[in-house]
Design a protein around this ligand. Structure first.
Ligand code: ACO
Length: 310
């Protein structure tokens, strides 16, 4: 028995901010944003629509997709750097809203790699037999910690939530290998400052990510004795198309086998991988039996990857 994805879902707010809209907010232009990042537009949550609201919508969609009932969930893990408040956790709020009366609840903080940390934590509980069904959510309202006067960062981020129910699947399916890592010495390259705004040394983060994402993607494939070209689909953290391309090129797979949800949503931190995965699965691009690599990196610095058989 392995741990695998029983169901998946996502939610994105209605309000769209295009690159043209960003031109009215800061000194930037569509061409710069497109060529440097791959982003065309992003979503922004409405006033009063907080992280827990988006998490709830993604979670209900994933639960419905899985066929598991809310009361059958043993644990809820929410990855977020933008909780409604420090406590109670978003996961505890969700536990109540969903009526998941038998579930333990905790939030994990690993920035954009948070969903990967959540999935691997769920896998451990399932592998030991302690738990059967674990809901893992990545949800972010980055718009509330975005400095809307800083063109270096405000063009990059968006709001969204993605969710998955992880549970036991057949031996040859589900999560086959993983890698998690951290390098706290790079913490100063990407952090939330005293004014609650995101601060980033873009070039340093870029250098780290362009090395780490390809390396971790290859590592998880090698761990299961397969080759780069065996990968059917790559879902990388959607931070910058150029970083994502580096991972894809290292695997040597064609462009149509990589998610590019970044174009429509920008960087949604811990939500980016589950949102992109959910879209690809629902569009039929990821099919049963496909070897899929999920790989993320984020503030910390942190990173994580899994190879899984869908
Ligand atoms: N519009 C126009 N010009 C801009 C903008 C903008 N929005 N932002 C910066 N510039 C300017 C800069 O001021 C600079 O001008 P200068 O040369 O006169 O000083 C010029 O563009 C080039 O800036 P660079 O930093 O060299 O641009 P680069 O090609 O490195 O791209 C970027 C910047 C997109 C931020 C890139 O470094 C990157 O993607 N880094 C990684 C970011 C990332 O992945 N963050 C992850 C966050 S994950 C998380 O945990 C939240």
């Amino acid at each position: 028995m392995n741990a695998g994805f029983l169901g998946i879902g996502h939610y994105t707010p209605e309000k769209v901010l295009t690159n043209k809209d960003m031109e009215k907010i800061v000194d930037t232009n569509d061409e710069w944003i497109r060529t440097r990042t791959g982003i065309e537009e992003r979503r922004v949550a409405a006033d009063g629509e907080d992280t827990s609201h988006m998490a709830y919508k993604a979670a209900t969609s994933a639960i419905e997709d899985s066929g598991v009932k809310a009361e059958e969930l043993d644990m809820i893990i929410v990855a977020t750097v933008t909780p409604d408040q420090p406590f109670p956790s978003v996961s505890a709020m969700l536990q109540h809203q969903l009526g998941a009366t038998n579930a333990a609840a905790m939030d994990v903080g690993a920035a954009c790699a948070g969903f990967m940390y959540g999935v691997i934590t769920a896998q451990q509980f399932i592998d030991t037999g302690a738990y059967k069904n674990v809901l893992v959510v990545g949800a972010e309202k980055l718009s509330k910690i975005t400095d809307w006067k800083d063109r270096n960062t405000c063009v990059l981020f968006g709001d969204a939530a993605g969710a998955a129910v992880i549970g036991p699947v057949e031996e040859d399916k589900g999560i086959l290998s993983f890698e998690l890592g951290a390098d706290g010495s790079g913490g100063g390259h990407l952090y939330q400052d005293q004014q609650d705004a995101i601060q980033m040394n873009g070039r340093e983060v870029f250098k780290f990510a362009v090395r780490q994402m390809p390396e971790s993607s290859v590592n998880v494939v090698k761990k299961i004795g397969l080759k780069e070209e065996d990968v059917d689909f790559l879902v990388p953290h959607q931070a910058n198309i150029r970083i994502m391309e580096a991972a894809r090129e290292r695997l040597g797979i064609p462009a149509e086998k990589m998610s590019t949800a970044i174009r429509r949503y920008g960087n949604t931190s811990s939500a980016s991988i589950p949102v992109a995965l959910s879209e690809e699965v629902k569009a039929g691009k990821i099919k049963e039996g496909d070897l899929v690599v999920l790989v993320g990196f984020g503030g910390g610095l942190t990173w994580g990857a899994v190879a899984l058989r869908w």
